[in-house]
Design a protein around this ligand. Sequence first.
Ligand code: CA
Length: 394
Amino acid sequence: MRSRPVLAAAAVAVAAGGLLVGLYTPAAQAAGACTVDYTVNQWSSGFTADVKLTNTGPAVTSWALTWNFAGDQRVSSGWNAQVAQSGRTVTASSQGWNGPLATGASASFGFQATFSGTNATPTDFALNGVSCSGDAPPSTPPSSTPSSTPPSTPPSTPPTSNPPPPTGCSGASCDDFENQAAGAPGGNWAVTYPDCQGAGTATVDKSVAHSGTTSLRVNGAAGYCNHVFVRNAAILGAAGNVVHVRYWVRHTTALPTAHITMVALRDANDGNRDLRFGGQNGALQWNRGSDDATLPEQSPNGVAQSRPLPTGSWNCVEFKVDGTNGTMETWLNGTSVPGLLQDGVPTHDIDGQWLNRTYRPALTDLKLGWESYGEGADTLWYDDVAVGSSRHGC
Ligand code: CA
């Protein structure tokens, strides 16, 4: 136990290949209402922030965390909270299921935003109107104090485009593409153009990679005929009825409003139609090809419980499809996404539509690529694809 209440926390962002980590920064010594971990993953014109709020004051039945941006940051979407912005002031409000917070309890949420210039970390978090630092409300800064601290400047070493350190891709069921030559995919991977062939292309790329020097590059184009996938009909063989897939993906353009598919898996128990993982309304989404059911449901509340796929950085996607009971779970960078959890119990806004009928998938292939049905183009890279009967991790 601490002898004093936990003090304010703000996070400091340090650019390193776009991966930024939050740090605690004790501030004042008065009792504060909360601590905040603020972890940023940023690219040239935008970022996502994962925010962990810990209540260090009395228990609350709902929460609103507020802060002010110092720059021109603009929130475009949020998840696990209703995130609204007015001017520079942002208010993140709890949702029904994560509102109650006992003393010491935490809730996590996130948001995506745009910015230009610098992306300073907020320092004035307040929980339900009470400053997290315990400071008095902001007052006019003392004008007589010369600024002895240097102004915020970019890191002296320029951010590089290097990906995070490679993670394990061991075992026969993990493919890092390192044994492939540039150009047309080979081995168990073959390019397919469902329906008709157009501008979409898929190649082995030696210039961008998560591990090593090699990845799979997909140039996805808008328009129905530009579908392109690289298909592997052998990789699911070792998984059995409970399929776990982990892959790393780096994409370029934010998910469009229109429906797109990035990963498709043929389902022998659904007329060989595909189970499709992609996006809609700017957030990740599952779609069942046979009846167009979506997970989450595409209501505002449903979409808010999914997540956008960050652009310009490598992101770890994991999913589980359990053919024995029909359940599914999806993780983005190690965190389970509420809107992409299909737990077998119909929940409005999430898996109510999906569970309108019995679902017992038997998946027989894995296809990585890009499938638009009208709008939405992207360039993306896949690497370190692991398949098994349990989670592989990131
Ligand atoms: Ca690789």
